[in-house]
Design a protein around this ligand. Structure first.
Ligand code: GRF
Length: 200
């Protein structure tokens, strides 16, 4: 399955894909970052994966950036596009172009805590558990149909950083697993719902 992965930062989820998924499953044809200093670009280079930077700073507005980004992605002819810490809000035009083949991971138990600072917010709310959600991307920010979640306990002496690390470690198993279901043709977006083979 020809796969393009979009990043903005560390790329630890990208690394999980590289380490976990067999190239015959997920053929990562490109890694694209909107930031030149994203460490994930080095991970791609080390793995021999073509990588590119497309900076949002070079475009006057969101629509023109997303158009250029889609053109770049499409030049790799992907069947699956994975957002792995890509810190950009996407325009409806971009989302609809990839609808049903665009996945994201969000560090909270959605629908709780869309947006930023999810770990701090879970702590402040006194939650006893927290986690991450893989979902299909739709026009609603962090609001697309959930595919799978990981759950972790919130411990009494947790800080936002310790909690983030606990969640992040689960993401590295969760995200490749969800993607592999898609790649195997067992998962699809239908009528606004995530359908998994074998689910009611
Ligand atoms: C993860 O916490 C993910 O949930 C969020 O961005 C972070 C990406 O981390 N969407 P990394 O760049 O994969 O290390």
């Amino acid at each position: 399955c020809r796969t393009v992965i979009l990043i903005s930062g560390s790329g630890s989820n990208l690394q999980a894909f590289i380490d976990t998924l067999h190239p015959e499953q997920a053929d990562i044809v490109a890694v694209i970052s909107n930031r030149a200093d994203a460490y994930g670009l080095e991970r791609a280079a080390r793995a021999g994966i073509p990588h590119a930077v497309l900076s949002h700073r070079d475009y006057p507005d969101r629509a023109s950036y997303d158009q250029a980004l889609a053109a770049l992605i499409d030049s790799y002819q992907p069947e699956l596009v994975i957002l792995a810490g890509f810190m950009r809000i996407l325009t409806p035009g971009f989302v609809s172009h990839y609808l049903g083949r665009l996945l994201n991971i969000h560090p909270s138990l959605l629908p709780k805590y869309t947006g930023l600072h999810t770990h701090q917010r879970a702590l402040e709310a006194g939650d006893s558990e927290h986690g991450a959600t893989v979902h299909f991307v739709t026009e609603e920010l962090d609001g697309g149909p959930a595919i799978m979640q990981s759950h972790v306990p919130v411990l009494p002496d947790d800080t936002a950083d310790s909690l983030a690390e606990r969640v992040r470690n689960t993401e590295h198993r969760l995200y490749p697993l969800a993607a592999s279901l898609y790649i195997e043709g067992r998962l699809r977006l239908e009528n606004g719902r995530a359908l998994l083979d074998g689910s009611p």
